[in-house]
Design a protein around this ligand. Structure first.
Ligand code: BMA
Length: 297
């Protein structure tokens, strides 16, 4: 694992009120020769909106937009659209995110889905389609759609505390066959709760699934798992040790200390680039050789 030498790659912009406090957890896709990085931003009002930055090589930011590309529009997300995860399937780009509302007790965070034509996304025509709530009112987060169907069905991973769950759908609206597939492990770096990081990457060996785990000290780390391609409920491998754990200042000091939290990764040749939030304040990156992440045969 190599952290980018120029971390953090995005910091809050003091002159933009929507992103002057923190910019962190980002989704990422590769399309039309560019890495598109959709990041969560918070400004003075503490509401999360999504911003966009791009990179040619995955490492260096080429362009960053001054206005958000996705903002709350309905009651369920009135206090923020958080932690986006993007999946390209055919000509569509599906986004899962956390809809947050803190005006009720208990506070409600739930998963929400929307999509956009990939061509519109690339042209910056922000024609996001209907926003749906797969499990209305259920406290749930860390949702991501698998980039391939299984038995003709969409597969979604999501997190009902403390475990990673799976659900299936024919139409991205009604979800069924919900079950837990990965649980926290006692006395380990992922002992308290776990959730998806970025969109799983399809390889010959299976789906590479990077996920986050929280330990007793509330430290957030990242680990890797390998899922069976024809039955992604089957975990073929799960790393004993984290692949990234907070230790740099920009990961240990900030809005929420000791956090590395990822919602996005891209594969560029034999490398996986993982974008992650440092201490819920800045956006960072780390790169891995694919064969370093896979179990040794
Ligand atoms: C999780 C999410 C993330 C955040 C992390 C650490 O529950 O809310 O957005 O980065 O906690 O605070």
């Amino acid at each position: 694992m190599k952290r980018f030498v120029h971390n953090p790659i995005l910091k809050p912009v003091k002159t933009n009120s929507w992103e002057n406090r923190s910019v962190f957890n980002a989704a990422a896709i590769y399309s039309d020769g560019l890495v598109h990085i959709v990041y969560r931003a918070q400004g003075t009002d503490m509401v999360s909106r999504l911003g966009l930055a791009t990179s040619n090589d995955g490492f260096t930011i080429k362009e960053r937009f001054d206005t958000p590309i996705f903002t709350p529009v309905n009651h369920a997300e009135r206090d923020g659209c958080e932690d986006p995860r993007l999946t390209v399937m055919g000509d569509q780009c599906i986004m899962a995110y956390t809809a947050y509302r803190n005006h009720d007790f208990p506070v409600i965070f739930q998963i929400s889905l929307t999509q956009i034509n990939l061509a519109d996304f690339v042209k910056r025509n922000w024609n996001w389609k209907e926003r749906t709530l797969p499990f209305p009112g259920v406290r749930n987060k860390d949702a991501v759609i698998l980039p391939g169907k299984v038995d003709g069905k969409y597969v979604m991973f999501h997190r009902i505390e403390p475990s990673i769950c799976v659900s299936y759908s024919e139409d991205l609206k009604r979800w069924h066959d919900f079950k837990s597939i990965m649980e926290p492990r006692d006395k380990m770096w992922d002992s308290v709760k776990i959730g998806a990081a970025g969109t799983p990457i399809e390889l010959n060996e299976g789906y590479l699934f990077i996920y986050h785990g929280v330990d007793e000290k509330k430290h957030y780390s990242l680990g890797a798992a390998l899922l069976d391609k024809s039955n992604p409920e089957k975990v073929l491998y799960r790393s004993e040790k984290p692949i990234l754990t907070p230790c740099e200042d920009y990961e240990c000091v900030g809005d929420v200390p000791n956090v590395v939290f990822s919602c996005g990764n891209v594969q560029l040749d034999d490398q996986v680039i993982v974008y992650y939030g440092g201490a819920d304040t800045v956006l960072c990156g780390a790169s891995y050789e694919l064969n370093e992440l896979l179990p040794k045969k």
